[in-house]
Every structure is written in structure tokens, then in C-alpha cells.
Ligand binder design. Structure first.
Ligand SMILES: [Fe+2]
Ligand SMILES: [Fe+2]
Length: 645
């Protein structure tokens, strides 16, 4: 708390010459990597205007509910009450009750509140200034990490989906004035106002008022307060900037902890956060707003007195843009470090060991996973014969004629998915590949007739991978000193699926320099279980020391990645693994093709995300079908909101 904020002056940057600008940008990037937030001063936004944010929204949130409901976000923009306030059932929501008001950058889209009267003018003008500042910050960070500034620069008139979100916790009852409200003990201390997450935006611009206020960022495995002075703005960078900069700017994990007694008596907390969502995020934001609109339908139903059973609104409507920059990286790749990998860990004690032996293995698993950002495990309970057979059947499946495979085209999100190049579709920067996506629930998959054993074997493989996933969850729980069943008890009906991948040998000249078979990303799963060849196979992980290293599994072992859901479950104690797949190098064994078997273990709380992901596959499959019928498919519309699960 006593250390100075990582402060960056925008005026100094703007007034500097090119060389000095470069130095300031590099310093800003280094400060951000160290602190995981920036405090921005001399930012050019009128001081009085900044000071009014977010208090401008207090009169709105403290107005009677009926008044607020006149601005219900039926289009996704506007007022979003907390489920509790309308008597809607809430399940598994880690965030304490709050209300929101979402304001789009485009003023014509918003249902503007009439109270206070200056709300519209003030907020619209703040948004315009925030947008300019965010665009400048993105260019500064690109300069600082050595990414061509053109890649992250948008034309002034480019369509854009930025919005401001006011969030209000514990508004006082309308009859009471805030100063008279007796301070009750916080109802849900120990939980979150906002559970750990990172934003999808390129930039999030926050104004925090009092200190401390509970905003914390995850820095080197520890949660620390993020604080900027009264005239400063807090900046967090999100997934879109991580995508644009290929992970060189890290998306910031943050959270808001529940009100603590030392924060003072006033439990009202208002935050205002401006999200800069550039053009590649347009469709993702639409999906997000559609989710809000759906929630408002449930609100309307509750207000009519209908009973609302299903809480579709509690699903996380997340998105991510797969900007083409992700799959095409003209910058040189980070040098590979020499092989100094940890050998595969035997999981045998987890099946039949003493409690002490189990704990020892679990600790080792977490330690290696955190250091290497991947871990290879053996004696994992999955039959080697079954795995080998699955891979052989996958290989044979991909060798069947394209027309046969197209019978399993993923018209419902599951089944066969060729990359656009395989069908001769336009303008894709994705490496040529084919995928068979097999849901854990075998009844959902369109199975091929050939090879004959494909359905039974792949289904058995999925069941075995599901069982291993639960073993891994128990190990993570033990390593974190939680009850062994802690995570397994939360799994529910999983939405896991298997991806069988095949990348054919690239044609001469096909591979653009610096492009990847799979660009850097982390998985959204709780854990991912990967089987691939033992030799250099292109798979790389970004270690805790920020180095890309080759992943060579030992024989009979599988590679385990921790995914974002595990990070969320463990409050950041387990780090999600960034990984990528390189195009074949000269030392690639064999003919340069690659097959792999990737199981994504997705607990029930992710089912909304998974369905959203599968919807994206449906959209792509329809584009394939259109193309095959001779219709011109011009835009890779399916590529933009697609989530990389
Ligand atoms: Fe956030
Ligand atoms: Fe992955």
C-alpha cells in the first residue's frame, strides 16, 4: 500500500520527440508488466469531469426502482437490476448483488436517464474523451512492446463497440438519505463484489474514488491493491490488447473484494469503467448485449408475476476476438530455450497412495505446472492402448475422402470442421487443418460410419479423459490445501469435448514467416489433456520466466494445461497456460504433418460458454455449406467472435 503507483503522464508522452516517446512507451510497458495496472495522469480529460465520475450516477441508482425500470436494458444497453431486487432466483453467482447501467459510446443507442438532468451530456462527453485516451494508450503500449503501431490503430470513423459501465453495490433505500443509513454489517464478507476475471476489452479505464475500495490486481501470484491518486485514472489492459500484441501485453486479472470494515461506514460503492472495444470486437459485444437483453426478458417476466425458473442470464457471456494478427505474426518469434524440462510426474499415488504420498504428488504437480506452465503426467489411469487406437482411428478418419467427412460437417457445432483453405474458401490466415469435435455426450455427435470403431473408441477415450480430469482436479485441490473433492463437487454435468486435430504437411511457400498453426492463447477449460508426439511437434508453452519452450511429452505421458476456469476457481493461484503450435521446423520428424488429441474439461458452469462456442462453429459450418453449393462467401464472418476453447 505504501509503494508509489505506476504513474504515466500522457502530456509528457505527447510533448516528447520520437526518441523520448519510445523511451516513455517502453517504460510504461515495463511498469505495466510489473504492476499489472497503470495510473494515468495529465490525461487531457477535464479534471472536473473526471471527478464527477462515477458520482454522476448516484441520483439514478438511488431513485425508486420503478423509475430505474423505465430504462431497463431491453436492447442490452441501459439499466440492469440485480436478480435479488426483482426476486429472481440466483444460483452460483460469486458476485455480491449489484446494479448496472451500460452506456454505449454512440449516444443514439442509449436509453438515457432523465435524473440527474446533466447525465446525458456529461457521460457522452466523458465517453468521447475516454475513447481518445484509450486509443492513445493502445498505440503507446504497441510502441512499448515492439508491435507495429498500424496494427492497433483504427480509423477515427471505424465502427466501434466501446461502452461505459456504471456498477452500483448496496444503494441505500430511496426513503433514507445515505448519511442516515445505519451501517449494517456487510452481508457477504469474504465473497466478491466482482470475482477474479480479466476484461475482454483492449483497455479498461477506471475511476476509483475512495481508498481502499477493494480493487485488486493479480501480480506474480499475489493480489495487490490497484490505486491511482484522485486526479488519475486506473488503466487495466484486457484480452483484445493481449491478442493484438500476441501476449506481450498481458491481460490483467483483477477483482473487487467485498466491503471491509476499514473501508468506512458507507457501503455504497459506485464504479465507472470505460471499455474500449475496437472493431474486431463488434460481434462479440453484440453477443454480450444480446445476453443482457435476454436477462431483461427474465426481469420482465418476473415483473409480470411469472415464475422464472432457468437462470440463463447467470451464464458468462464472454467473447474474444480472433483478430487476424493472432494467426499471423510478422515479428520474430521468441528464441527457444534449451531443453530443461521436468520429467513426467507419476500420478500412481493419487490412485492408491497414503494421504501423505497423495499430497506430495499434488504439490509437485502444482509446482511444475506453475513453473513450466504445463505438466506431463504418467500412470494417469488412461489406457495407453485406447489412446493409441483413438489416434490411429483419427488418422484413418482424416484419410477418408472429403465428401465422406462432409457428411459430418458440424451443422450443429459438433463433428467435422475443415479450415477454410481445405474448401478453397477466401481470405483465411488460419493454417490448413481439419478437426473432429466430439462432445463428451456421445449422443450429440454426428459419427462417421468409417472407420467402423470410431464412435465407440472415441467415446471411450472421452470417458477416460473425463475420469483423468477429475483425478487432476482432486490433485489441484490437495495442493491448495482444500478438501480433495472441492472442485469435483462443483463439476455438475460437464460440457467437455475432444478435438482431434490434423495439420497436413504445408505446401512449399504456404507458410507465411512468423505464422503459427495455433497462435498463442490459453484454454478456457478447467484443465486440458493433450496427447501429441514425443519429438519436437511444434507445441510450445510460455513459462513463468516468460520464455517459450518446446513441449516434449515423455512416452506414455499426456500434457496437462491449466485453463482459465481453474484460475477462476482458485482465485488466481493456478495460472492459465499460454501455449501455441509452431509450423514445422526443418528438424520436424516425419513429413511435417501433425495430429493431436486435445480434451477440454469444461465443468457445468461453462456450459453457456461452450454453447456459445458451438454456435460459432454452426455459423462457420453454414458458410462452408453455402460455399459448397456454389454461393460466394465473401467475409470470414465466423472468424471474428469465435472463442478459442
Ligand atoms: Fe473488469
Ligand atoms: Fe489450446
Amino acid at each position: 500500500v505504501t509503494e508509489p503507483s505506476p504513474t504515466v503522464s500522457i502530456a509528457a508522452f505527447l510533448e516528447a520527440g520520437p526518441e523520448e516517446q519510445q523511451a516513455i512507451a517502453e517504460r510504461a510497458a515495463a511498469l505495466y508488466e510489473e504492476h499489472r495496472y497503470l495510473a494515468i495522469v495529465d490525461h487531457g480529460i477535464d479534471d472536473a469531469q473526471v471527478r464527477r465520475m462515477p458520482d454522476i450516477a448516484v441520483p439514478f441508482f438511488t431513485a425508486p426502482l420503478e423509475h430505474k425500470l423505465e430504462h431497463l436494458a431491453r436492447t442490452g444497453l441501459g439499466y440492469l437490476p440485480s436478480p435479488d431486487s426483482l426476486g429472481l432466483p440466483v444460483a452460483n453467482n460469486p458476485n455480491s448483488p449489484h446494479e448496472q447501467f451500460i452506456v454505449h459510446l454512440d449516444p443514439s443507442k442509449n436509453p438515457w436517464p432523465t435524473q440527474p438532468p446533466e447525465f446525458r451530456e456529461q457521460v457522452a462527453s466523458y465517453n468521447r474523451a475516454a475513447e481518445r485516451l484509450c486509443r492513445l494508450l493502445v498505440r503507446m503500449m504497441a510502441l512499448g512492446v515492439g508491435i507495429p503501431v498500424e496494427r492497433v490503430t483504427e480509423a477515427d470513423d471505424a465502427p466501434n463497440a466501446s461502452f461505459l459501465k456504471f456498477i452500483c453495490w448496496n444503494p441505500p433505500a430511496p426513503s433514507e438519505s445515505p448519511s442516515e443509513t445505519p451501517s449494517e454489517p456487510p452481508s457477504r464478507v469474504g465473497e466478491y463484489r466482482l470475482a477474479p476475471h480479466f476484461d475482454n476489452a483492449a483497455v479498461s479505464l477506471l475511476k476509483n474514488v475512495a481508498r481502499p475500495n477493494g480493487l485488486q490486481v493479480l501480480r506474480a501470484g499475489e493480489w495487490v491493491e490497484a490505486w491511482a491518486g484522485p486526479e488519475a485514472l486506473v488503466v487495466l489492459f484486457g484480452e483484445q490488447l493481449a491478442n493484438w500484441t500476441e501476449g506481450r501485453v498481458t491481460a490483467c486479472w483483477h477483482r473487487i473484494v467485498e466491503h471491509q470494515p476499514e473501508y468506512g461506514d458507507d457501503r455504497l460503492r459506485l464504479s465507472s469503467c470505460y471499455f474500449y472495444n475496437p472493431e474486431p470486437m463488434l460481434e462479440g459485444v453484440e453477443l454480450y448485449l444480446a445476453g443482457r437483453a435476454k436477462y431483461c426478458e427474465a426481469c420482465d417476466a418476473a415483473l409480470r408475476g411469472e415464475s422464472v425458473v432457468k437462470q440463463t442470464w447467470t451464464r458468462r457471456f464472454r467473447w474474444s476476438s480472433t483478430s487476424s494478427a493472432l494467426n499471423h505474426n510478422p515479428a520474430p518469434s521468441t528464441p527457444r530455450s534449451p531443453m530443461s524440462r521436468h520429467p513426467a510426474i507419476s500420478l500412481a499415488p493419487l490412485f492408491d497412495g497414503t494421504p501423505e504420498q497423495k499430497k506430495r504428488v499434488a504439490d509437485e504437480l502444482l509446482r511444475v505446472s506453475e513453473a513450466q506452465r504445463y505438466v506431463c503426467v504418467r500412470d494417469h489411469g488412461m489406457s495407453e492402448g485406447l489412446a493409441v487406437e483413438t489416434e490411429e482411428l483419427a488418422r484413418r478418419y482424416f484419410l477418408t475422402p472429403l465428401e465422406a467427412k462432409l457428411e459430418q460437417l458440424a451443422m450443429r457445432g459438433l463433428g467435422y470442421l475443415p479450415s477454410p483453405a481445405i474448401l478453397g474458401m477466401p481470405a483465411s490466415k488460419v493454417s490448413r487443418n481439419e478437426v473432429f469435435l466430439a462432445h463428451h455426450d456421445p449422443q450429440r455427435n454426428p459419427w462417421p460410419r468409417e472407420p467402423a470403431e470410431f464412435e465407440a473408441t472415441v467415446s471411450a477415450y472421452n470417458a477416460a479423459a473425463e475420469a483423468l480430469s477429475c483425478v487432476l482436479l482432486r490433485a489441484f485441490a490437495l495442493a491448495l490445501d482444500l478438501p480433495e473433492q472441492h472442485f469435483v463437487d462443483q463439476v455438475g454435468t460437464s460440457a467437455s469435448f475432444l478435438k482431434l486435430f490434423r495439420f497436413p504437411r504445408p505446401e512449399p511457400g504456404e507458410v507465411a514467416e512468423g505464422s503459427y498453426r495455433l497462435a498463442a492463447h490459453h484454454d478456457y477449460s478447467a484443465v486440458s489433456i493433450i496427447r501429441c508426439r514425443e519429438e519436437p511437434n511444434g507445441l510450445q508453452a510460455l513459462t513463468a520466466a516468460n520464455e517459450w519452450v518446446d513441449v516434449y511429452p515423455d512416452p506414455d505421458s499426456v500434457v496437462v494445461f491449466a485453463g482459465e476456469q481453474m484460475t477462476r476457481w482458485t482465485d488466481g493461484r493456478v495460472t492459465p497456460s499460454w501455449h501455441r503450435v509452431e509450423n514445422p521446423r526443418p528438424d520436424h520428424p516425419g513429413d511435417g504433418s501433425r495430429t493431436s488429441t486435445c480434451y477440454f474439461f469444461n465443468p457445468e458452469c461453462m456450459s453457456g460458454d461452450v454453447e456459445g462456442y458451438l454456435d460459432g462453429r454452426v455459423e462457420f459450418a453454414r458458410a462452408c455449406a453455402d460455399h459448397l453449393q456454389g454461393h460466394t462467401v465473401e467475409r470470414n464472418e465466423w472468424e471474428s467472435p469465435a472463442r478459442r476453447i
